[in-house]
Design a protein around this ligand. Sequence first.
Ligand SMILES: Nc1ncnc2c1ncn2[C@@H]1O[C@H](COP(=O)(O)OP(=O)(O)OP(=O)(O)O)[C@@H](O)[C@H]1O
Length: 616
Amino acid sequence: MLLAAPWRRSALSVLAPSSLVQMRFRQQPKASTFYALRIPSCSREYANSKKKRKKKQAADGADTAKSTNTAKSIEIGSQLLSEALNTTVDLAPKQPYKIGDGPTLSAEQEDLVSRAVEGRNIFYTGSAGCGKSTVLREIRDRLMGMDRIVHVLAPTGKVAMANRGTTTWSFAGWTPNTHKFTLSELKEFVPGQVLLDRFRNADTIILDEVSMVEAMHFDRLNEVMKAAYSPFNKRSTLPFGGTQIIVTGDFCQLPPVKPFSHCFECGSDLVPNRRQNTYKCPSTECGASYHDDDKWAFRSKAWDECNFEYVYLEKVHRQKDLEFVKLLQKYRLGLGMSDSELALLANCNKTTDSYAVRLFPTREEVRKVNDAEFRRINAPVQTYKCVDVFLWNEEEHPHLRGKATRNTDNSLKELKDHSFEIELNLKEGMQVLLLHNISISDRLVNGSQGVIIGFEPFENAPPDFEIRDEGLPVFWPEYDVNKRKISEFMMGCKEAEGWPIVRFANGITKTIYPICQSILYGDTRPYTLLGRIQLPLAAAWALTVHKSQGMTLDNAVVNVTRAFTDGQIYVALSRVRTLAGLKVEGDLASLKRFRGNQQVLRWLKEKFGQSIAVDE
Ligand SMILES: Nc1ncnc2c1ncn2[C@@H]1O[C@H](COP(=O)(O)OP(=O)(O)OP(=O)(O)O)[C@@H](O)[C@H]1O
């Protein structure tokens, strides 16, 4: 019985023997540093001796389901609900709609996971497709399965949503304006009790897409987490207040967006000098100056303090074709490519079938293509309105009240970066992209492409899914909340013909049902849940490169004309599995123009040496 099912816990995997290429470095202080604060490196021995959580709750799904504290805590407030309750939609479960699990980890990935669960500070990296996100999810699940309080953070909402995590901004209680504070103000700003508890109770932070995290941002986070302790407490001297830090990403991919907006010391708006690649603080008292080379997180003092173990995942899983892997690796590392290699990438005669998604550097280009293609299809529009769910553990997380704020269309403001559409418009014949892993074995994963070939009538395939799919205890205020939310969703799409049937590029045809993709909030269990119920599909004629980040695509046409930043073309090229699935179009001179960031490349070579070598 769906609703009475106890929450699941992911089983611990067998740890494989080590064949990992991993290195330990004690970082040398940087030659140049612009920040005033420098604190000696500290070891991580504290992490293992950390006291067990006091606020841990034994609550499980069955208990919470019986909770009587319902009226205040569940947010359902829409007219739709009362309508939905009166509908006669058949909700009898049919085939369970299984959310896909991750692949079996390779030996090097397993070894990395076991190091992480031992409590070490780790930076792990590798080329696009080596499994960084896959490993992140495994580390998160295993640590949470060990009752650790784990915060998965990311620099942008989109990446955070994909990992069911939160942004570094939201974790720290910041808005972009918060960086106008001086560093001391920022530290004083922390002592709201909620933030103090959050920082002090955090066992582990896993930070994804670190290439997009600006150095000063990383430093600020470090400083405010230390400031959660009195100066007499040893933890005030430990990096991130003694919380375990696991950082991942690929510095050859997307860089920080708008770095050096505010002075680290005094918070003033910095003045960029584009020719010299510098940013100057206009305050005469402060007068700090920053160089663009120092924008990377690995240039921060916090990075030095963390004293990371460095792990390089060598095996690429997204692509199997060695020639293509080498080609991508060369492009990633800015190694000169021969004309024939460039021609191979840019070969416009290659067959790209009708599923190919076009990747553009800018949003404007994407919108134009998708709108035009949608209009061209002569078929009725089927509309599916999302249902956003807020299951609030008010007693434990009163500070999350604000997360319930809604837009006029009833979507939650907090879910503005959710990859699922608020209102999804589909047509038969439309090219679509899957936004969720629904079956790893069938290779129907986030990024799989297909075409809608028809609609399955609703009555033949009622959805059967759980709002809470995390395997973790979620605040569950009412017994039949699942059923009601599904009914509410059904109401929102009752004019549509049915569930879309998609023929995927790999030949598999599958009816797509709604799912709830959720994020868990709160530092104590059972968690507060925010989720969006929707069909995990999006128009797929075109996507921005930024949106494609993290995806695995079967076929793509990469338009390089308006590429504007390092790493963008590499991200785009590395989305596809095979060379046969790739076509490059536009101003091909851009392929030569972006040769990787030299600062990053030097650093990578210094840290990983042979591990990143490409056989000539
Ligand atoms: N051990 C493995 N066995 C089989 N497939 C794997 C394995 N690890 C990862 N993959 C698959 O490889 C693809 C890329 O994995 P993932 O997205 O985790 O890589 P990534 O390093 O995060 O990529 P990117 O840097 O491009 O975001 C996914 O389809 C994933 O399922």
